[in-house]
Design a protein around this ligand. Structure first.
Ligand code: GSH
Length: 219
């Protein structure tokens, strides 16, 4: 069976970028397959028949779905350049924050993209609450969530914050105010300066235009 690594993703998807960052941070060669989410390929439906979503990583012909599960797989498969700490307690804390991002932050981001009026107001208020929690409890005095090097929590949360910035522009609101969230703001600056992150982000204007067009279909 082929040893090749393939990633099915979509150019404007925050969750695809999570996997791209993890693969690139570890220097794993892969082939990228762009999916049209309005006309999903037969292969994507075959690989992810349950959720029918990207990202899907295909390794040696076997599909793995769900962005953070894919990254756990990548971590186990290619343990060099670790993305989780070695200490079991620190690993548990990292997984706590990943779960927090998945359970709390990600759904709110989705609602910000897809709602109007009162629901949107509520999503904006809740996203500020999330930022407050992470500002107060998440980073402490570390450069990154795991300490001095970028890791899995940064990947999980970084994707949310980049697309939160896109949302700010689409909606004309500012949420990640540096004076309100100094730690998070500084962390996000450092995160975006990591070469693998900086060199692997979609063109900001194109993403904003894409989500603006999507919003117009809600009106
Ligand atoms: N929990 C999944 C993950 O982390 O991978 C969510 C995947 C997801 O929502 N993917 C979106 C998608 O494929 C793109 S960001 N949407 C197409 C659809 O829902 O039909």
């Amino acid at each position: 069976m082929s040893e090749e690594v393939k990633l099915h993703g979509a150019w404007a998807s925050p969750l695809s970028y999570r996997v791209i960052w993890a693969l690139k941070l570890k220097g794993i060669a892969y082939e990228y397959v762009e999916e049209d989410l309005s006309n999903k390929s037969a292969l994507l439906l075959h690989y992810n028949p349950i959720h029918k979503k990207i990202p899907v990583l295909v390794h040696t012909g076997k599909p793995i779905c769900e962005s953070m599960i894919i990254i756990e797989y990548i971590e186990e498969m290619w343990p060099h350049t670790p993305l989780l700490p070695t200490d079991p307690y620190d690993r548990a804390i990292s997984r706590f924050w990943i779960k927090f991002v998945e359970d709390k932050a990600l759904p709110i981001l989705g609602r910000m993209f897809n709602t109007m009026g009162g629901e949107l107001e509520k999503a904006i208020k809740e996203s500020l609450e999330i930022l407050e929690i992470v500002e107060e409890h998440g980073l402490e005095d570390n450069k990154y969530f795991n300490g001095e090097t970028i890791g899995m929590v940064d990947i999980a949360f970084g994707s949310i914050l980049y697309w939160l910035g896109v949302n700010e522009e689409v909606l004309g609101v500012k949420l990640l105010e540096p004076h309100k969230f100094p730690r998070l703001h500084e962390w996000f600056q450092s995160f975006q300066e990591v070469p693998v992150i900086k060199e692997n982000l979609p063109d900001r204007d194109n993403v904003v235009a894409f989500f603006k067009r999507r919003r117009e279909t809600l009106e």
